[in-house]
Design a protein around this ligand. Structure first.
Ligand code: GLV
Ligand code: MN
Ligand code: MN
Length: 433
């Protein structure tokens, strides 16, 4: 192991990949050259560490440390980004996984259960609209043919994009054999939101993920001349769209939910014309599924009313829905005990989050857990997203301790159950159906 292959050394190499020089944000869209560069870098780093890298036909990469294909401990995150996203969202968990392997190898740790590093594809759904597409395909949470037919903004299908990148889209779909070989998945991720900073904690644990979803609203009106069409004669889709944005904010705020229109396309896009259509994407997240459903229903009703007022046709289509996730309690308690013991020595705060993650999708099939690394401003999905190097390194140490405990000897691990001797660590069960 080269001395330079610490977290900081790895981060220096990974950080420039897919970064836009103008904005400083990342455009690591799946199946593009930026994505290929990230995959090639991960593959190369894994192979340098003697890990066997295997794609899973769905675009996700798996790098195996150890031969045993049963009860393996998986860690990792995603390589893709939102438009002009931060470099830590996803990338931190992948780089931290490599750095954690380095720490464990440096102390001659020999995993009793294999450790496998995962790099997921299209977690953000930034190109094809469905978040966590790689883990959904892996777990069978999306029909492969429906996935193949997903299109990006240029009309390129997932199947075409995969083919252009040299992969066979005919092979995508569930991999029960792979899931059956994994006993638990632990994803390290930058914190999104700002809960750890006021608590003075560098690392936290995830408790749950809010249910959330995305809806596409098509407001179809009538294109016309900005200088001659009288207001009374217009069917301007921009007006019901704008009224819906404001209503969504009010409705969601009243319900204790969040609603966001982050993407909008006006067609044909002339500055001196009434638009023919406005296509808008609504993202809604709520603390529980009833609130989510009611919030979306109310926003939809408001949009219908505003559209009718302006003689505009509205079509609403759900693009994705992610149910509430409650992370595995036993795994979380075991990890909390590991982190409260030497050498990490800090009881981690346990936090809910409104952000979606592959660990959430995998939780339908496996015990999963998440470590969050402090985000001093809380900003994410932005070039301003940041984590301090010392906190990233604390995250790597925490992840290494967790992997050592989970992949090490079942009972005699140093870290197990030290925080609560009355509660011995649960043995990891087999994958849940
Ligand atoms: C993923 O980052 C999401 O929650 O949208
Ligand atoms: Mn994200
Ligand atoms: Mn992420």
């Amino acid at each position: 192991m080269n001395p330079g292959d610490t977290f900081a050394g790895l981060w220096r190499e990974f950080e420039p990949l897919g970064r836009d020089p103008q904005t400083g944000g990342y455009r690591r869209y799946s199946w593009t050259p930026a994505d290929a560069a990230c995959r090639a870098w991960f593959t190369d780093q894994a192979q340098k560490r003697g890990l066997a890298v295997e794609p899973d036909n769905n675009g996700n990469l798996w790098a195996w440390w150890g031969q045993a294909r049963a009860d393996a401990i998986a860690t990792g995150s995603h390589l893709d980004s939102v438009p002009d996203g931060g470099g830590f969202d996803g990338g931190l968990g992948v780089v931290a996984a490599l750095a954690a392997v380095d720490l464990l190898k440096a102390k001659n740790f020999n995993p009793e259960r294999s450790v496998v590093l995962a790099a997921f594809t299209e977690e953000e759904g930034a190109r094809f609209g469905v978040p966590c597409l790689g883990s959904r395909l892996l777990t069978g949470a999306i029909d492969p043919q429906a996935a193949r037919n997903l299109t990006d903004d240029a009309g390129v299908t997932l199947a075409e994009a995969m083919t252009a990148a040299g992969c066979d889209a005919g092979l995508i779909g569930p991999r029960d054999d792979l899931l059956g070989a994994i006993g638990a998945f632990v994803e390290l991720h930058i914190e999104q939101g700002r809960a750890l900073a006021p608590l003075g904690a560098a690392v936290g644990l995830a408790e749950s993920i809010w249910p959330h979803g995305r809806w596409r609203l098509d407001f179809d009106g009538q294109a016309d001349h900005a200088g001659t069409a009288r207001f009374a004669d217009r069917h301007d889709p921009m007006l019901p769209y704008a009224a819906t944005v404001l209503a969504a904010r009010q409705i969601a705020a009243r319900a204790g939910a969040l609603a966001t229109f982050g993407k909008v396309i006006a067609e044909p896009g002339g500055s001196n014309g009434v638009s023919a259509a406005v296509r808008a994407w609504l993202d809604v997240r709520a603390p529980d599924e009833d609130t989510l459903r009611d919030t979306v229903t109310s926003i939809r009703s408001a949009a219908e009313e505003f559209s009718a007022e302006h003689g505009v046709t509205l079509t609403v289509r759900q693009e994705s829905l992610t149910r509430e996730v409650r992370f595995d309690r036993d795994l979380r308690d075991r990890i909390a005990a590991v982190l409260a013991a030497p050498p990490v020595l800090a009881a981690p705060p346990v936090l809910p989050t409104g952000a979606g993650h592959d660990a959430g999708v995998l939780s339908a099939r496996l015990p999963t857990a998440m470590l969050f690394v402090r985000n001093p401003t809380g900003v994410s999905h932005s070039p301003a997203e940041h984590a301090e190097l010392a906190d990233c390194e604390a995250g790597v140490r925490a992840l290494a301790a967790v992997l050592e405990n989970l992949a090490g000897p079942a009972v005699s691990a140093d870290h197990a159950a030290l925080a609560d001797p009355a509660r011995p660590p649960e043995p990891m069960g087999p994958a849940r159906p």
